[in-house]
Design a protein around this ligand. Structure first.
Ligand SMILES: [Zn+2]
Length: 126
């Protein structure tokens, strides 16, 4: 099992945020061995662990997620997920930030530079 699967196993389903032992899902994510990257994307959060697995929380539901987008693994990528809709040559989708509208990125160096500042803005595609 990867880290996300181990965490998910402590909680009964995608609606339950308190484990059988009283632990809190987000506390468990934040304190996992190896550390995690906590990304806040509007009304959703994503915890990405050092093995690349992740837990995504959206509203009052959570699931094992993908490393680069906010979709739930159990449901698969949503129809509007950038992972499905990339134009030829695109390397990533960048979400809207305070300085510009969301857009495609065609240059890996630019993708890496933005990711270094705020990984939650980038969905790698392809
Ligand atoms: Zn997706």
């Amino acid at each position: 099992m990867n880290r996300a699967e181990k965490i998910a196993a402590k909680f009964s389903d995608g609606m339950e945020f308190t484990g059988d032992d009283g632990s809190d899902l987000e506390d468990v994510c934040l304190n996992v061995a190896g550390g995690c990257m906590a990304l806040d994307c509007g009304n959703a959060s994503r915890y990405v662990f050092d093995d690349g697995s992740s837990i995504t929380i959206s509203g009052d539901e959570w699931d094992i997620g993908y490393p680069d987008c906010m979709c739930f693994r159990g449901a698969g990528h949503s129809p509007d997920c950038p992972a499905h809709n990339a134009p030829e040559g695109a390397v990533a989708w960048k979400y809207t930030d305070p300085t510009e509208e969301a857009r495609w990125i065609f240059d890996e160096d630019e993708m890496d530079a933005i990711r270094a500042e705020d990984a939650g803005l980038i969905v790698e595609v392809g």
